[in-house]
Design a protein around this ligand. Structure first.
Ligand SMILES: [Zn+2]
Length: 396
């Protein structure tokens, strides 16, 4: 369940374990579909109340993504080693940040990118893997989007600082938020390769960058800490850790989970006010929430067999590409002009036509993705939540 919704069950496990794993993917699929519909419902009401046609259209997309015909579970998928496992995903994807299925896909994809990046960069003498957290004080009246923009601006300044460049050679960064009674606690996690990092220097540099970012956003905020500066944290990363040493040392797996969280877990949206939900839905281009930086090799696109489980319809989907996909028909030839994007259509069509087009495009995309999956996984059986089964070539 921790692996972005892809529950793995090896072929060597007993039938008892296999059936437990199968129940696992069923419950994950049902949970995500239910949560997707719940969040879409909240967004619909909020969008109507705010008069936001974009947010309304986004809620429609989310509902299609969470529909029983679109969410699948599969038995007997296989990996490169020939091991069989069960999985869960969506045929077509909405790509909306608020969507539980699509955000699980983003997390999974981020973890894959992070592992490749880490493997590409060997430690040099005097270097260690470190896990750094850079926090920002909560700003009571700020929206989530504003806090993300401010922390992103501060980060852009930080990575250009002499102190940072002299000590940190490469790394992976993720932005995360939690909701507190005083506002959003938006912060950055970094898993990096660095020389010794002087704690006081890091704190002072980050505080400087935050002050500049605040000023640029028209805010003058003070640090309400005993030292008058931001709170930062640095830990050593080890492949394996002892429970007694976790205060200063963090395991590689924990660090990876943190940097690849992709903003938040879906339950956190429950604590976000309706108006902020609308604002998030309306965002067309997000600041980069996950990135590989410095001398680590980044792999944006996984091979098709790997990528297919992300349920993402566009291999190039990135932080800035939300809803940029067009649902080309399975019959479409590459030379044909691409149809308008759904985001483009929701601006121009009347609601009734928009819903019809949306449904048709999802249906078309679903059929295409179903056939691709059955081709890639010839031993697998896919079943959508509406009970429709599809069989891989070797099964059917
Ligand atoms: Zn989705």
């Amino acid at each position: 369940m921790r692996d972005g919704g892809l529950l793995i069950s090896s072929s060597s496990t007993s039938s008892k374990l296999r059936s437990a794993a199968s129940r696992g993917v069923d419950s994950i699929a049902s949970y995500r579909a239910r949560r997707g519909v719940e969040i879409a419902g909240r967004l619909t009401s909020a969008a109507v109340a705010c008069g936001s046609s974009v947010a309304l259209g986004i809620s429609d997309l989310m509902r299609e993504c969470a529909s029983p015909a679109n969410v699948w579970t599969a038995r007997d998928l296989h990996n490169a080693d020939g091991e069989l496992f069960d999985g869960v995903g969506t045929f077509a994807s909405c790509g909306v940040r608020l969507c539980p299925s699509c955000s699980a896909s983003l997390r999974r994809r981020a973890r894959r990118r992070a592992r490749v990046a880490l493997a590409s960069c060997a430690l040099r003498s005097g270097e260690h893997a470190r896990f750094i957290t850079l926090t920002m004080p909560t700003i009571a009246e700020a929206s989530l989007l504003e806090t993300i923009q401010i922390v992103h601006r501060a980060w852009s300044l930080m990575r250009k600082r002499k102190f940072w460049k002299a000590n940190v050679r490469a790394g992976i960064k993720g932005v995360e938020f939690t909701v507190t009674p005083n506002g959003y606690h938006t912060h950055i996690h970094i898993l990096c390769i660095s020389k010794w990092i002087e704690y006081a220097g890091l704190r002072s540099e980050w505080s400087h960058c935050l002050r500049s970012a605040w000023r640029a956003s028209g805010r003058e905020i003070a640090f309400n800490t005993s030292h008058g500066e931001a709170i930062v944290d640095v830990r050593l990363v080890k492949a394996k850790t002892r429970a007694s040493s976790t205060r200063v040392i963090v395991s590689l797996e924990s660090a990876l989970q943190e940097v690849c969280k992709y903003v938040t877990k879906s339950e956190s949206w429950d604590a976000v006010p309706d108006a902020h939900l609308v604002e998030i839905a309306e965002v067309e281009r997000w600041p980069r929430l996950f990135e590989v930086f410095g001398e680590m090799r980044d792999r944006h696109d996984a091979p098709e067999t790997d990528r297919v489980f992300t349920s993402l319809d566009t291999p190039n989907l990135s932080d800035g590409a939300q809803l940029q996909f067009s649902f080309e028909s399975s019959l479409a030839m590459p030379s044909r002009a691409r149809p308008p994007t759904l985001r483009g259509l929701m601006h121009t069509l009347d609601r009734r036509t928009w819903l019809i087009i949306l449904s048709l495009r999802f249906t078309d995309r679903r059929a295409y993705r179903r056939s691709v999956l059955c081709g890639l996984y010839p031993y697998a059986v896919f079943m959508s939540l509406d009970g429709v089964k599809s069989f891989g070539a070797m099964v059917g």
